[in-house]
Design a protein around this ligand. Structure first.
Ligand SMILES: *Cc1c(COP(=O)(O)O)cnc(C)c1O
Length: 458
């Protein structure tokens, strides 16, 4: 195989901040050593997230100008609805301003205290919305999915025997719906097989439990099915996506991911009563059901983006980037989560920096070092984000892992940007033993990773 090229050329440029070591040291200190507190002018390459950070195509920009801003029944709504229908085949379709708006409405209309919602891996906002209603969010990924060193083609799969046990122990009446997240973001962006979705659906159907698919990265998941699942190699991604959604009773989609849009999403379902209840709360809190909190131009952009995400050339290129970076990191001998998922590389900071104890936050140490070295922003997924503080004793316990995620925005950075990142990581590897940990000097009671203040450990 020759070089896989970016299947697009650049028509409009956006300058990157080129910064000096002195500037970065000063800015990081001013941001209290928390990269969430940096501004974009201080960042050269931003790998914080792939959510809403993608680049739009000429087709999307062209469609944007066609946006019909009519309050009710706009042309853009019909275009959006027809595209979502083409992909999902679901009967009722509602635009939402982003994924969590759908999560909130669905949770509010269907959940009550004591309910249980199983998922192969709840996204953090999904979990938060379920718990807000007093219900319990349970993760049931297969055991292989929890082992960072193990290779498995579909590490995001639902553990079906465990799901069966949960239904038997809880009782189906306490499970208003179950979910599958594709790809399984909370466990490294790992895909779920078609077979697993089919079997999950069959089990749920036998108990009359609706299946809601969290489809933020449905196109990346369809690509993995095409590549890895037996008998799927000849099918188009649209065809695979249609089969995925044929097993769903409903879906929540954050179009900030595989919608290739900067904002937006949708909820869709088959059940008339569910649609009616969803619509009523949507009108009350988000907007009229033909725009759902979005502008007409957003609906146009998403309608184009959803189909572009299913283009084979695009997915081949996107996955080539992830694989290229995996190869480079392996050559440098960085410990990482394997196999790589669809949208990011996860480095194991604890293994890389064994001299830094978990509660000196090796993940934050590595994130800050990557920024200082080259102005690249990444994100810690470790004890700062997932650690626990006992509400009574104030004693802190670490997370089970200390990871650093390099998330790839869609169609934004070129090969040389990625080579630049590799250069940075080479320099960090050389001096990894001298990297020191951090301690927290100030933190809020919730979601502390966003705003905590740190200082280097002496
Ligand atoms: C991003 C995301 C969400 C939430 O969507 P927002 O658009 O950020 O509100 C839900 N589930 C998954 C898997 C996601 O990646």
């Amino acid at each position: 195989m020759g070089t896989i090229i970016e299947p697009f050329r650049i028509k409009m440029t956006e300058p990157l901040a080129i910064t000096t070591q002195e500037q970065r040291e000063k800015w990081l200190r001013e941001a209290h050593f928390n990269i969430f507190l940096l501004s974009s002018d201080q960042i050269t390459i931003d790998l914080l997230t792939d959510s809403g950070t993608g680049a739009m195509s000429t087709k999307q920009w062209g469609a944007l100008m066609q946006g019909d801003e009519t309050y009710a029944g706009s042309r853009s709504w019909y275009r959006f609805r027809d595209t979502v229908d083409q992909i999902t085949g679901l009967k009722h379709i509602f635009p939402i301003h982003q994924g969590r708006a759908g999560e909130r409405i669905l949770s509010q209309i269907r959940l009550k205290s004591g309910d249980v919602v199983p998922n192969n891996g709840h996204f953090d906002t999904t979990r938060a919305n379920i718990e807000w209603m007093g219900a319990q969010a349970v993760n049931l990924v297969i055991e292989e999915g929890k082992n960072f060193a193990l290779d498995h083609p579909f590490k995001g799969n639902m553990d079906i025997p465990k799901l069966k046990r949960l239904i038997d122990d809880t009782g189906p009446e306490k499970i208003p719906f179950a979910m599958i997240t594709i790809t399984n973001n909370s466990y490294g962006g790992q895909p779920v097989s078609l077979e697993n979705i089919r079997e999950t659906k069959a089990l749920l159907a036998s108990h009359n439990i609706p299946l809601i698919i969290d489809s933020a990265r449905f196109a990346e998941n369809a690509f993995f099915i095409h590549k890895r699942e037996k008998g799927q190699g000849k099918r188009s991604l649209l065809d695979i996506a249609r089969e995925i959604f044929s097993y769903a009773d409903g879906t929540i989609m954050s179009a900030k991911k595989d919608g290739l849009a900067n904002i937006g999403g949708f909820f869709a379902c088959n059940d008339d009563q569910l649609a009616e209840d969803f619509k009523n709360l949507l009108i009350l809190t988000e907007g009229f059901p033909t725009y759902g909190g979005l502008a007409g131009r957003d609906l146009e952009v998403i309608a184009v983006g959803l189909l572009e995400a299913l283009e084979m050339e695009y997915q081949i290129y996107r996955h080539a980037t992830v694989e290229y970076m995996e190869k480079k990191f392996r050559e440098m001998r960085y410990p990482l989560v394997r196999p790589v998922g669809g949208h990011a590389i996860y480095l194991d900071a604890q293994q890389l920096l064994p001299h830094i104890p978990p509660l000196d936050y090796p993940g934050v140490a590595l994130v800050n070092e990557i920024y200082l070295e080259g102005g690249v922003r990444t994100v810690e997924l470790g004890s700062v984000m997932f650690g626990n503080i006992d509400p009574k004793t104030r004693e802190e316990s670490p997370a089970p892992f200390e990871l650093v995620r390099l998330t790839f925005p869609r169609r934004v950075y070129t090969q040389s940007h990625f080579d630049y990142i590799v250069d940075i990581m080479k320099n960090i590897w050389e001096r990894r033993e001298s990297i020191r940990g951090y301690r927290i000097v100030k933190q809020p009671p919730f979601l502390r990773h966003f705003s905590a203040h740190f200082e280097p450990v002496k």
